[in-house]
Every structure is written in C-alpha cells, then in structure tokens.
Write a protein that binds this ligand. Structure first.
Ligand code: NAP
Length: 334
C-alpha cells in the first residue's frame, strides 16, 4: 500500500532557544515495507525536553541529522508488518519521530495493550518511559522517598513533575511543588492535592521554603537546575537526597551550563546529590508499572494532557515546553 507521510525535519541547528525557522516539513511517499520493517500510523507524539538536546551537534542524547525527522517518542497502530513479532492492528510505543507515518524496523518498538480505561497516550504519560517511569525511578529508587519526608519538586506542573509530586504524596510525604505562575500553583494544590506550591516567577523561593519547610527539605526532585537548585540546596535537611532528573533551564546552551554554587551544603548536611537516566532502572520497570497503574486506577495519580493538533505544530509545541505554556503532559496528535 502507498501512504503519504507528512514529517517535520531539522533544517538547521538552533542557536540557543529553537526558532520555528530551524525546522522544515515535507511529504514523502511510502510504497513498500521491507523485510523486518513495520509501517505505523502515528497516533500521539510525546513532546519531551530531551528533544532539544538532540538538535545540537554535541547533545546529551543522540544527535538528529539535518534533514532527518525530529526525534520523538510516540504511540501508533501498525498498518502493515514484515516483522514477525507484530501484525497489522497491533499498537506500539517507541521512537516514531515527528511524522504521521513511520516506516521502521519492528524491533524498535514495544507492543502495548491499550484498553477502554487505558488510552494509547497513557503509555507516553503516566506509564511512559520519559514521564511516569522517570518520575518513579527518580523518586523511589534515587530519592528513596519515605513517608513523612518533606519533598520539593521543581517543574512540578510539567509531565514528570506532576507524576513525581503525586507519587511522593501517595507514599506519605509532605510535598511542595515549584512552578511558574499562580495558575500552575493552584493546579498543584487544588487539583493534584500537593501540600503547598511556590510560584518561582512571583515569589521569593528562599523565604517561602523557610516558611514551608522550617526543618529543611529531605528530598529535592529537580527538573530545572540553575538558580532553583541553589535555593533548595540552601534549605536541605540533614541526610537529604537531591535527585537530578534534569535541568531544563540549562538546555539551550550545553556548553555553558550553570552549576550549583551552594554544593558545599551537601557536605554540611551529610546530604547526597545523584543524577540518573531512566533506562538505567530497566530492571525496575515492572515494579514502576505496577505501582503507577494501581495509583492511576485508585485516582491517586492523574496527569492532564495538553494536546496540540497537527504534525506541523510540533516545533511550536517544543517551544511551549520551554516557555511554560502547558500543564501536565504535552503531546502532539499528528
Ligand atoms: N533523567 C531522565 O532519565 C529523564 C527522563 C525524562 C525527562 N527528564 C527531565 O525531566 C524534566 C521535565 O521534563 P518534562 O518532559 O516532564 O517537561 P515538562 O516538565 O512537561 O515541561 C517543562 C517545564 O519546565 C519548566 N521550565 C522550562 N524552562 C524553565 C526555566 N528556565 N526555569 C524554570 N522552569 C522552567 C516549565 O514550567 P514552568 O511554567 O513551571 O516554568 C515547563 O512547563 C526535564 O528536565 C527533562 O530533561 C529526565
């Protein structure tokens, strides 16, 4: 069967914050599915912070070639398969890229089993590698969150942060989210049930932390880095665990990353700071899936989706990730 694939590609390497001109779009015809390949109709694409680093020539992650589709994880339905492990009608999750149709080796994908209660995009969100599973690995394995801990999450109204905060809450911790703007802070306390929220754009983080966590912070789950990391380091409790999940404030120039000035607080407070990549915790994925699925079913973890329609809007959606224009999980329906 011949299908028209509409894709968004990297036209030039961004200088700092990406611009819409850094991307192009085109249509290509797919007329044949080679041996071991599958043709997938893309249903939903995940807009992730790591995509920014794939646009550079010295990124943290694999670099996207100029002219190649923009890297993106997604879920979709197999239209045709020459791969023994998959057949037409199966649903898959994997590196589908910013396009409407993907022709790729079947081995690149994981089969998923969406249902009436678990729509396909859940495998990018609460059960997604770069969202729910990342939050679980960071909060449970790296942060070793305990009931009665005081936990702070930065980027708390984003995808990973939303799950991380609710997960810590479900495990009995007292949770303070940091996010940009009063509306996001209301979302954290009123809709997600966090104990408190700090608006880093409108409030003084240091004084708010002193008030909200007078005995210090036990776990800091950091998605943002930069100044916010220093402010929380200054308020660590003895034996605190600082989890470096990411540093979204630093991704526009990886050659000039601002490190923490107050790292000596780690020594003073017998604290630790550990980074992680979610893939490292693959042996724990079944346990993560089990807990996240259960908490989702019990209504203890929710993750609103911010949906952008049209594959051509993928670059605009990526910019939204960096200017804070969404809550919860940002996805594109191509
Ligand atoms: N370690 C791993 O294996 C792993 C895996 C996946 C993701 N991650 C990391 O997880 C973090 C969150 O990713 P996500 O996909 O869930 O994105 P997200 O949180 O849904 O979106 C990013 C949020 O970061 C905030 N932000 C952006 N620029 C900022 C700045 N300069 N200062 C402060 N806040 C800023 C914005 O919220 P506000 O409106 O609140 O500013 C924005 O909504 C990223 O750092 C990512 O790299 C790590």
């Amino acid at each position: 069967m011949a299908v028209t694939n509409h894709l968004v590609y990297v036209k030039q390497r961004p200088n700092g914050m990406p611009a819409l001109d850094d991307f192009g779009s085109k249509e290509v015809t797919i007329s044949e599915v080679p041996d071991q390949y599958v043709l997938v109709k893309v249903d939903t694409l995940s807009v992730d912070a790591f995509i920014r680093t794939t646009l550079d020539d010295a990124g943290l992650h694999t670099m996207s070639d100029l002219g190649a589709p923009v890297t993106a994880l997604g879920v979709g339905e197999v239209m045709e398969s020459q791969f023994p492990g998959l057949q037409s009608g199966d649903w898959v999750c994997g590196p589908l890229m910013a396009q409407t149709h993907a022709l790729m080796p079947g081995a690149a994908f994981q089969k998923i089993e969406p249902s009436a209660n678990i729509p396909p995009s859940t495998y990018l969100g609460i059960l997604g590698l770069t969202t729910g599973i990342t939050a679980w690995a960071g909060m449970v394995r790296v942060g070793e969150v305990q009931a009665d801990d005081v936990v702070v999450v930065s980027g708390a109204a984003g995808a990973v942060g939303t799950v991380a905060g609710q997960l810590a809450k479900a495990r009995g911790a007292r949770v303070i989210g940091i996010a940009g703007g009063a509306e996001k802070c209301n979302f954290l306390t009123r809709e997600l049930g966090l104990d408190a929220a700090i608006d880093y754009k409108g409030e003084d983080i240091v004084s708010r932390l002193n008030t909200l966590a007078p005995d210090g912070v036990n776990v800091f789950f950091d998605n943002v880095g930069g100044e916010i990391l220093d402010h929380v380091l200054d308020n660590l409790a003895m034996g605190a665990r600082v989890v470096i999940c990411g540093a979204i404030s630093q991704y526009q120039d990886l050659h000039d990353v601002r490190g923490p000035k107050l790292y000596l607080r780690l020594a003073e407070r017998n604290a630790s700071m550990r980074g992680f990549t979610v893939d490292y915790y693959a042996p724990d994925f079944p346990a993560a899936n089990e807990e996240l699925s259960r908490l989702m079913t019990e209504g203890k973890i929710k993750l609103p989706e911010h949906v952008v329609n049209g594959v051509d809007q993928f670059p605009q959606a990526l910019l939204t990730l960096f200017n804070g224009g969404h809550r919860g999980k940002l996805v594109v329906k191509p």
